[in-house]
Ligand binder design. Sequence first.
Ligand code: PMP
Length: 417
Amino acid sequence: MQHATVLHGSATLSRDASLRARAQTVIPGGMWGHMNAAFLPEGYPQFYREARGVHLTDVDGRRFVDLMCAFGPMITGYGDPEVEEAARLQADRMRIANGPGDILVELAEFLVETIAGADWAMFAKNGTDATTACVTIARAGTGRRKILVAKGAYHGSAPWCTPWPGGVIAEDRTHILHFTYNDVASLEAAVDEAGDDLAAIMVSSYKHDVKVDQALPTEAFATAARRLSARSGAALILDDVRAGFRLNLAGSWAGFGVEPDLSAWSKSMGNGHAIAAITGADGLREAAQKVYVTGSFWCEPTAMAASLATLKKLHRGDPVAHMEALGQRLREGIARQADAAGVGVRQSGPVQMPLVLFDGDPDIKKGNLFAATALRHGAFFHPWHNMFLSAAHSEADIDAALAATEPAFAAVAASGS
Ligand code: PMP
């Protein structure tokens, strides 16, 4: 098919607009999934041409300091030379083969050494692969069916967990029961409801549902989840796909001394290379051996080399403390600006995974105006999804982001909404 030059009146559209128009023809809705820029205010790009360090350049040449880290996968900087070199060296030797490379064992050993409670590891490509495999392994290990998940929590895009109803049949969810995050009584009630058919309790590292205030897990909730799953002979699954390696390098609940039976990882573990992992405790080793989960690219060694380089680099420093310090700087700066502008905001969750919501903003109008204005001033904020800081951000990057939020607060104040 020939691509027509897209014209708007007599002026040629931006490159982004032109690509969007072409995409409408060959891609359903122009874009699928979470990276659809239609969810974002006008002015946000759909297409990018370069990512370096903590900066993104869109196809029209606009450059932004980025606070989204590709929705989490970037953690040591886009195009981190150390990670890319490890991937390149591996790819030069072997990109794919009839079986995995030696790097598979090295990476599994590294995870088992560094993740609290992990006795073994398996690998996949995306977070959904990992959360779904955890569910399958828990069912194989217990011979039971029910999986408890928190209302509103995101665990991936497979029919058992996707938030969108399209194409999902009731039977896909028959054995999924719900509780309220951080509400021990509701968890106990769901455990009772599942009875002797309880296979697993799945929890997010913290409550990071979109469009609502975030919440860290209470210690009471984390320990109750551990106690209740153990008491019922069910697995505790920690979905560390989003927050993994940002809150605690040993696992997001390691600070509570809570060791899950299974953990799902992806996003940041390969600093942009496609990789996911399932780590588990010995109690489910045999079950993990029984299930058939695989994919043509799941053993691809380049992503494993990138992941090992990423994780080793993270372990060399104190990236969590670094991200926390920068997150604190951003949070204080935003609070100061909001105060000065007389605009009420709520900042919630861990500081290194920021979310800024506006008071009296049920339809995210103020949030959209704020984010779109910050974007025009060179900073990529998200109006309703948690953002991500990285080990590559510096104080100067945070200050550049704050320079862009200053006029954004002025715009919200002036809108009077
Ligand atoms: N679990 C959580 C907590 C996530 O945030 C995500 C992705 N946003 C997933 C699972 C699914 O990961 P993926 O999109 O890589 O399949």
